[in-house]
Write a protein of this length. Structure first.
Lengths: 343, 392
């Protein structure tokens, strides 16, 4: 009887004990949502506040505009030549520790930002080095055979040359248009095509933000959201801007599965040009709602220096990565004192 | 002659070993270097969120790699919103390895939560908690609380049940057989109850890779055989151990019931641990009523032998006290795997006791198991248990 007692007691203690005393070695700390500091003997897994470096650099992409190889045709037209290569075998770390098979134009998601002036002749040499069929379908005005829908480009080195006049003025997406379309888009085959007006826009600090999502477990729900692919990136690496300087953001929504996305700016409002096709802004707001491939141009200036969030006000998206910070530095050439507050 | 005998012995050994050697060679060939013969398909990783506990400003998740390949746990979320977290000891999990994920989170009592973990290939695994409740700390206060509950549920009812002993001593042989059969009926119900509980725990908390159903079946059979063998030895050598055969049988019944009560303690402890306190007061009243009949089960064989008060108390403790230990384990260190194992051991123990009682009835009563007393007793035992179980 005593033995049974002791046995039972031993088993009970043995099962309880490991949870009471965990070996406390090598403490690490991290900060939580609510500002609490947590100490752990293990590892911190935190894509939200822990800075990380990824293969793809959204900061480089942000202000990287490709104008192509420029030449002038006999009739005076500017010719811009680009080469875009599609691949679909790349495994990329998209969030710390999360590896996802991205399909890319020129090795990145989003693909290169292509930029031309209205009326330019755009010639894109497309090479499909992927294992599946791909195309490039540009939004904009062009002949039917340049639409990248019916002219499927075969895998393993298939080629096609897209040629059209740049237009209309604005910001447009381009993406692969092979079925199943959703699959080709969510894996990353998309990019931005900017058509500048001939008379040029006002000088500004310009940047491109593609709002996208990543469905890493293929359940037709996005596991991550971001501006420019990497979740929380611009929160860890605030975008440096100057006060009293015009900021122009070309924003394109490429999120699939969720019907809408939106863009909220803190401490400011912006002039919004839907699709960028008009020179007069349609809205002065801090909140726009974007459906699939809906896009536009945002223009704003900060008066006060400091950190300003921008994020989806669909909070689920921002808590899964679509959040960033503008760090507005005081612009010595235009100090705050010089700003006329009216009256 | 000697030599040929030796060589034939060698042949026998060789022939017994040869299949093993061939098997080893085959396995070596399949897994050996350069053999990608059977390298078909993609193994899918899998993790199981085995236990989720809510402590002050933190959610603790015990995660186990239950898939065929090693994984890395890289992200935690609460209600599908990404949260910073810590993982101890580290994020790399080999097969069957576990880790503790700590998610700082200001959770609200009684609200439902879905906790998710994402692994390196981007797959997210989740588990839903119907109502968050603070986890118990293994302090003396709660240990004492569980000891009191265990006493109410296990020891006191069994002791009360034992008070039927003088009554059973005075009744006729057929009535006595009726009570023995009643005991067997009670126990059969408890055995089935334990199995059902084991399946519940297995379905809710245990990953498929543990083969819950076969784990339960194997444990029951092993427990049954182990205790059956022990009890045969014990009753066989009862005289030399200076205990009478009825006491030996009583002891085996007490051990079987004790193992069962350990399982009941687990259930109570886990219920309190999961915060369903109201539910567990019900559970306690039900178990107390239920367990009084267990005292009867021990008293029945004892009535035909000499037994001292001390022995009775001892048997009562063996049967009842494990409820306390069970409550401690269930409340402080609930582990689905050990719960399933203990519940199955309890079931095996009970079935073994039933066999002993039926044998005892046969030996006592003219080799007859189909008398009206036995049949009605057995049936009534099941019925009583069913009716008292409704209260739980």
């Amino acid at each position: 009887m005593i033995f049974i007692f002791l046995g039972m007691f031993g088993i009970s203690v043995g099962l309880i004990f490991p949870t009471i005393s965990e070996a406390q070695t090598e403490q690490k700390t991290f900060v939580t949502h609510t500002g609490g500091v947590i100490t752990t003997s293990g590892e911190v897994i935190d894509p939200v506040y822990v800075e990380s470096t990824m293969e793809f650099d959204p900061m480089e992409y942000l202000r990287d505009f490709n104008y192509g190889k420029v030449s002038t045709l006999p009739d005076g037209t500017t010719l811009r030549e680009f080469t875009i290569i599609a691949e679909d075998d790349k495994i990329m770390e998209v969030s710390p520790g999360v590896f996802y098979n991205v399909w890319t134009f020129n090795g990145t998601v989003p693909g290169p930002t292509i930029r031309a002036t209205e009326g330019d002749l755009v010639r894109i040499q497309f090479i499909n080095n992927g294992s599946k069929e791909h195309t490039i379908h540009f939004h904009g005005i062009h002949p039917a055979e340049m639409d990248g829908v019916f002219e499927i480009v075969g895998s393993g080195g298939g080629k096609f040359t897209y040629e059209f006049r740049a237009g209309p003025v604005g910001v447009h997406p381009y993406h692969c248009h092979v079925m199943p379309l959703e699959e080709h888009i969510v894996h990353g085959l998309y990019g931005v095509f900017i058509v500048d007006p001939k008379e040029k826009r006002a000088p500004a600090d310009e940047m491109v933000m593609v709002l996208n999502g990543l469905d890493t477990d293929f359940d037709t729900e996005n596991n991550f959201y971001a501006a420019n692919t990497i979740p929380f990136y611009y929160q860890h690496h605030p975008i440096q801007i100057n006060t009293n300087e015009l900021i122009r953001v070309y924003v394109v929504n490429m999120v699939e599965f969720d019907p809408i996305n939106n863009f909220h700016l803190h401490g400011n409002l912006y002039h919004y040009y839907p699709t960028g096709t008009d020179t007069v802004p349609s809205f002065y707001t801090d909140m726009i709602t974007l459906s699939q491939t809906e896009r536009g141009i945002m223009e704003f200036e900060y008066i006060y220096p400091g950190k300003y969030l921008f994020h989806a006000h669909k909070v689920e998206f921002s808590e899964k990565g679509w959040v960033g910070i503008f760090l507005a530095r005081d612009n010595p050439s235009k100090p705050i004192e010089d700003v006329d507050y009216g009256s | 002659m000697e030599v040929s005998k030796k060589s034939s012995k060698g042949k026998i050994i060789a022939s017994g070993i040869a299949p093993f050697i061939l098997l080893i060679i085959m396995i070596g060939y399949i897994f050996g270097p350069g053999s990608d013969l059977l390298d078909l398909g993609t193994p899918l990783p899998e993790i199981s969120l085995e236990k989720i506990e809510f402590s002050e400003s933190e959610i603790h998740v015990t995660v186990r790699n239950t898939g065929p390949i090693p994984v890395e746990v890289v992200m935690a979320d609460v209600n599908d919103r990404i949260q910073p977290a810590a993982i101890e000891p580290d994020r790399f999990l080999e097969r069957y390895e576990t880790a503790l994920v700590r998610i700082p989170f200001e959770w609200n009592v009684a609200e439902p939560y879905i906790i998710g973990l994402t692994i390196d290939d981007g797959t997210r695994f989740e588990r839903e908690i119907e109502a968050a409740a603070p986890a118990l700390k293994p302090d003396l206060e709660f240990a004492g609380f569980f000891a009191i509950i265990g006493t109410y549920v296990g020891i006191i009812p069994v002791m009360i049940g034992l008070l039927w002993l003088p009554f059973i001593k005075k009744i006729s042989k057929s009535k006595y057989h009726f009570f023995l059969a009643l005991t067997a009926g009670l126990l059969l119900f408890l055995g089935i109850d334990s199995i059902e509980e084991a399946f519940d725990v297995s379905d809710e908390n245990l990953s498929g890779s543990f083969n819950g159903a076969l784990l339960i079946a194997t444990t029951i059979v092993l427990s049954f055989l182990g205790l059956y063998y022990t009890s045969e030895k014990l009753t066989g050598s009862a005289d030399s151990l200076k205990i009478s055969k009825p006491v030996a049988i009583g002891l085996m019944i007490a051990i079987g019931i004790g193992l069962h009560n350990f399982g009941e303690g687990l259930a109570i402890g886990a219920a309190v641990g999961l915060g369903s306190i109201a539910f567990s007061t019900f559970l306690i009243v039900g178990f107390a009523l239920h367990n009084t009949t267990e005292g009867l089960a021990i008293a029945a064989p004892l009535s035909r032998g000499k037994s001292t008060v001390g022995k009775l108390l001892g048997l009562g403790l063996i049967a009842g006290a494990p409820a306390i230990f069970g409550a401690w384990v269930g409340g402080f260190a609930f582990s689905p795997f050990s719960s399933v194992v203990f519940l199955s051991i309890g079931a095996g123990a009970i079935f073994q006791v039933i066999v002993i009682i039926l044998k005892w009835i046969r030996e006592e009563g003219d080799k007859n198991l189909s008398s009206a007393a036995v049949a009605s007793g057995f049936a009534l035992g099941m019925l009583i248990m069913y009716l008292t179980s409704i209260i739980i």
